[in-house]
Ligand binder design. Structure first.
Ligand code: KG4
Ligand code: ZN
Length: 340
């Protein structure tokens, strides 16, 4: 069963529960963010050193209704002013996704508005558009999160060419694992980012993995190299290890993104995903764009990490091409980015 495919949709309530953020937002025409509420579960998971799926699902059940209510209040609208409800349906933790998908479908049904299924990775691609509506295409997007590392050529809304991805760990996963090994806590990315400020990035020459495919990435060897180095040099300064590790990750990410933009004639380079909040990555990407005459699109840090404004924005674009999603849509933990 689907809702009426014809109504024009402007004001979208977005819902995001794919991992450990419970988020809701109201966005107009994929451009104007009326509200964006994010309730982070970091404190609940920190003691376990990573996200515990069962705890994440339960916390979403507890927090989603107040978070949605707050998003509507902050947007200054009643539930009779929502034109559609969009929710992340994958990829992510299945139990966590089901909470948001079920709530979104129920709200859409009760309010008599379309439900829009959103791919979390596609949502990250739209985060930059919310802040820079006049982004020029084609763009090379480096999507770096806890679960994914993708290099994508965005040719038009909905038209993505997958250039490369990680063959083992995601960039964020590497940050989290190395931070845990160094005793810096969870989540590891922000912790390494902060500690690295006080270290020397050239102190240790960690390896830069170069997989056969020119735009693919590999980070598990780097993680092993960090572990081996620290075991061999127990007195090394943690700040130097963090800074050198971060330098190795950023070097590979920026080199490949830059090469892709040059070889494919992109107008600019864009960052997305939680790791895009990394200060060194942002600085180096900006420098590369200035040197190569490319536009750099760096969403604000809160727009890089998981949020529902990007879900509402991606939902608006999806609705333009596909119309409403069926109400028997489920949750898809391994959903891939729809590429051409
Ligand atoms: O996109 P995101 O919020 O959730 C996923 O969809 O995975 O990304 C979370 C990831 C985590 O691995 C976290 O350590 C990393 O993004 N991260 C960072 C920074 N802030 C978050 N990595 C490096 N530097 C940061 N400042
Ligand atoms: Zn994400």
């Amino acid at each position: 069963m689907t809702s009426d495919p014809s109504p024009s949709v402007s004001r979208i309530l977005g819902i995001e529960t794919s991992c450990d953020e419970t988020a809701a937002a109201v966005v107009v025409d994929a451009r104007q963010v009326l509200s964006s509420v994010v309730s982070s579960q970091i404190d609940l998971h920190a003691q376990f050193g990573g996200v515990v799926p069962e705890i994440a699902s339960r916390a979403h059940v507890e927090w989603l209704t107040p978070v949605v209510a707050q998003a509507l209040v902050e947007a200054g609208i009643g539930d009779d002013h929502v034109d559609a409800v969009a929710a992340t349906v994958g990829p992510g933790l299945v139990g966590a996704l089901l909470v948001g998908v079920s709530a979104a479908k129920a709200l859409a049904l009760v309010w008599g508005v379309p439900f829009i299924a959103v791919n979390h990775l596609e949502a990250h691609l739209y985060a930059a558009f919310l802040e820079e509506p006049d982004l020029e295409l084609p763009l090379v997007v480096l999507l770096v999160s806890g679960g994914h590392t993708l290099l994508v050529l965005m040719e038009a809304p909905g038209r993505y060419r997958l250039l490369g991805s990680t063959i083992d760990d995601a960039a964020g996963e590497a940050f989290d694992k190395v931070a845990r090994f160094l005793g810096l806590g969870y989540p590891g990315g922000p912790a390494i980012d902060a500690v690295a400020l006080h270290g020397d990035p050239s102190a240790i020459a960690f390896p830069r993995a170069l997989p056969d495919e020119p735009y693919d990435f590999s980070f598990s060897g780097l993680k092993t190299a960090v572990v081996n180095y620290v075991r061999k040099h127990p007195d090394v300064a943690t700040e130097d290890v963090a800074a050198s590790f971060q330098e190795a990750v950023v070097d590979v990410l920026v080199t490949k993104a830059r090469r892709a933009a040059r070889e494919l004639g992109a107008k600019g380079l864009c960052l997305g995903g939680g790791v895009a909040a990394n200060s060194q990555l942002r600085e180096r990407l900006l420098d590369a764009c200035v040197a190569d005459g490319l536009h750099a699109f760096l969403p604000s840090r809160s727009m890089c990490t998981d949020n529902a404004a990007m879900v509402a924005a991606a939902g608006w674009w999806r609705y333009q091409s596909d119309g409403p999603s069926p109400l028997d849509t489920g949750a898809y933990p391994n959903l891939a980015l729809p590429t051409i």
